[in-house]
Design a protein. Structure first.
Length: 198
């Protein structure tokens, strides 16, 4: 067995464990809901737009949106087409997903990437938002395994990509001072005005 076959074998073992252990009608509907709200980063895009409407959270909203978009470009546009991995229900057609089977390739998980990109930004900016966001992100990522539309390695790499995109986004914004500018920080404006006078 090559490395890919070993990883796929482990992936299917985990998926089978989830199906045999957790599968029930109640979770079918609950985790279908979490998959739905994570579609195309929908819940996070809506949250970022709402945050951008308020001065105190404007910078955080922009950072969330940037991190999600960067993750989308790298994961959905780049890696998915480069690696072209089929989804679990395609490789093993004996399992039919409860949700509408998504199209496109499997690696990495876009739901996991966008969710953890947003949740990580929120956690770095304000734990009051970040902790609940992380809980939602975990449910969204797990829903992709439960619904048999992603392999565990897809979800893991999606999470790692999302966290990396979030950290890089926040660091760039802080280094460039964009966070203070977007938030309308009065101290920042005063320093900036004094610099202009000089």
């Amino acid at each position: 067995m090559n490395l890919f076959e070993i990883i796929q074998s482990i992936d299917f073992s985990i998926l089978d464990f989830i199906q045999n252990t957790f599968k029930c009608v109640f979770l079918d509907y609950v985790l279908a809901f979490f998959s739905y709200i994570g579609e195309a980063g929908g819940i996070w895009i809506i949250a970022s737009v709402i945050m951008m409407c308020f001065r105190k959270t404007r910078a955080t909203g922009v950072m969330v949106l940037c991190a999600v978009v960067v993750g989308f470009l790298i994961g959905e546009i780049g890696l998915k087409h480069l690696i072209a991995r089929e989804r679990p229900f395609v490789v093993n057609p004996s399992v039919v997903p409860f949700i509408n089977p998504p199209s496109g390739y499997s690696f990495p998980s876009g739901h996991s990437c966008s969710s953890f990109a947003a949740a990580t930004v929120l956690l770095m900016r304000d734990k009051r938002f970040g902790i609940p966001a992380f809980a939602v992100a975990v449910f969204i990522a797990f829903s992709r395994l439960y619904n048999y539309v992603h392999f565990p390695s897809d979800v893991l790499c999606g999470i790692l990509l999302g966290v990396l995109c979030a950290i890089v986004t926040v660091v760039i914004f802080r280094k460039a001072g964009f966070d203070k500018k977007l938030s309308g920080d009065l101290k920042y404006k005063k320093v900036d005005d004094n610099a202009e006078k000089l």
